[in-house]
Write a protein that binds this ligand. Structure first.
Ligand code: 4AD
Ligand code: MG
Length: 465
């Protein structure tokens, strides 16, 4: 007999004479003549109720069906007499597959998120984390569906790289050198030519530069993979290892880029609303009461757009005292981003055209500006509760201007010769962005800490499991 998932059993349209369930016991309640078990198999949020009659041949073993134990039940699917569920299973036989004793940590509800992080190997069996990771799975699928439906090609960009895509230097070194006894050059430096790749290598911070290569051949591409940042920021929105979706579009400018970002974010929200309804309902009950209203509000309204210069004016006029002072030329900090999206616009907002000096070397220089107020066609999408979820730009497609930007950022042209070649051969206006997958999941689930939307978080000082 093949297994019926709890999800399918709960969605049944007719009783069934004989089904096989396999899952984990969430609760057991013993009455005189029978026991009630709730079995969950992770296929959906809800468990299914099983009734085991005391007359069953193996009934003595029901004592081993403790919370956390793995169990197999054969029986009849029948309309439920009880409240809150349509179907239940009357057991005809059961088998304990894996016992769990009273030390099983998920006995009761109401554990703190901090405690659950310490048992990240067991937390997917809780309601909250089961729901989070089902949504994560669904949205990973939706990412591909969105782009594939729009004729984008998926490109697997490398994880190990020799170039710093963001030019920000927050990179994890990859080396096989013996750190205690590294090979040295004659002038006393570590001889990196003896390293595995014959040069210094790192974990990638972004697949963008390689993505640009493919956009110059396949027109519309996207990457979806892990990225790594060695920034020592211990916040609820930063992880050292996170997943990023990066589309790159040839023959596209900053406006097309903003349109695509908005369409993409709305698509993912709508997809979760449709395909993860029960899980989202759960979040709105237990994590964030305003979640569904906020998501629906975001779906209905066009995102706001405002230039960096306008944003600075809004922040200056706000009458707030900022921890980080605002003035034209300074980077927007989380407090500024949150103010713009949560209090001023009260909706997602795309801020564009940032000062050239604070943005990456590859962003397109805007024409007709003074050197003091020189901007680039950068864009950040800010959402309530989180701040930045997308960063992107139109890329500098003019060889001479790109070289000037690289000099401004003290980058070695030799290391980027292949990137410059894209501007030498068949250069076109192009643009792209990166969506932080975990930040998007935080937005869609209402979960407030990035550590709780990734299976095993890597943050400064933590790399367990
Ligand atoms: O703004 P970022 O640094 O942009 C880039 O990396 C570009 N190369 C993307 C592109 O244009 N193709 O990062 C993009 C997004 C951020 O908006 C944020 O959502 C997420 O990646 N992100 C992080 N998420 C979690 N932890 C971190 N440490 C993150 N750093 C960035
Ligand atoms: Mg950014």
């Amino acid at each position: 007999m093949s297994r019926t998932l709890v999800k399918a059993a709960l969605a049944a349209t007719a009783p069934a004479d004989s089904i096989l369930l396999q899952g984990w016991v969430r609760t057991r309640r013993d009455a005189k003549a029978f026991s009630f078990l709730e079995i969950n198999d992770g296929s959906c949020l809800k468990g299914i109720q099983v009734i085991a009659d005391a007359g069953l041949p193996d009934y003595v073993h029901i004592q081993k069906a403790n919370t956390g134990a793995a169990i197999e039940v054969r029986g009849k699917l029948v309309p439920s007499q009880g409240q809150g569920q349509q179907w239940e299973v009357v057991a005809e036989s059961f088998k304990i597959l894996g016992e769990a004793d009273a030390t099983y940590p998920l006995q009761k509800k109401g554990h703190t998120l901090e405690f659950l992080r310490e048992i990240a190997h067991l937390r997917p069996r809780s309601n909250l984390f089961g729901a989070v990771f089902r949504v994560r799975s669904r949205l990973a699928f939706a990412v591909h569906q969105f782009f594939q439906d729009r004729h984008f090609h998926c490109v697997h960009t490398p994880i190990i790289t020799a170039s710093d895509a963001e030019g920000a230097g927050d990179m994890f070194r990859v080396t096989t050198l013996d750190l205690a006894h590294p090979p040295m050059t004659e002038d006393g430096a570590v001889d990196v030519t003896k390293d595995f790749f014959g040069k210094k290598t790192f974990l990638t911070v972004s697949g963008q530069l390689e993505g640009e290569i493919f956009a110059h051949a396949l027109s519309n591409i996207y990457t979806f993979g892990p990225t790594f940042r060695a920034e020592n920021s211990n916040t609820s929105r930063h992880a050292a290892e996170f997943w990023m979706i990066e589309p790159e579009v040839a023959f596209c400018d900053i406006h097309g880029n903003m349109d695509l970002a908005e369409e993409f974010v709305k698509y993912l929200i709508r997809d979760a609303r449709t395909h993860c309804a029960a899980d989202l309902e759960f979040f709105s009950k237990f994590v964030d009461k305003d979640l569904l209203t906020r998501l629906d509000f975001v779906l209905e309204r066009p995102f706001q757009r405002c230039s960096y210069t306008e944003a600075v004016a809004i922040l200056e006029k706000s009458g707030r005292t900022w921890e980080h002072p605002v003035s034209w030329g300074a980077n927007l900090q989380a407090e500024h981003e949150r103010y713009l999206t949560e209090e001023h616009f009260k909706c997602p907002v795309t801020v564009y055209n940032y000062p050239r000096a604070i943005k990456a070397f590859y962003m397109r220089k805007n024409d007709g500006e003074t050197p003091e107020r020189q901007t680039v066609a950068a864009m950040d999408l800010l959402v309530p509760g989180i701040g930045e979820i997308i960063g992107g730009s139109q890329r500098e497609e003019r060889l001479d201007v790109l070289r000037e930007g690289m000099a401004l950022h003290h980058l070695d042209e030799k290391a980027y010769s292949w990137y410059l070649d894209l501007r030498r051969y068949g250069s076109v206006p192009h643009a792209g962005f990166g969506l932080g997958f975990e930040r998007m999941l935080m937005f869609v689930t209402g979960v407030g800490n990035i550590r709780d939307v990734i299976p095993f978080a890597r943050t400064p000082g933590t790399a367990d499991f």
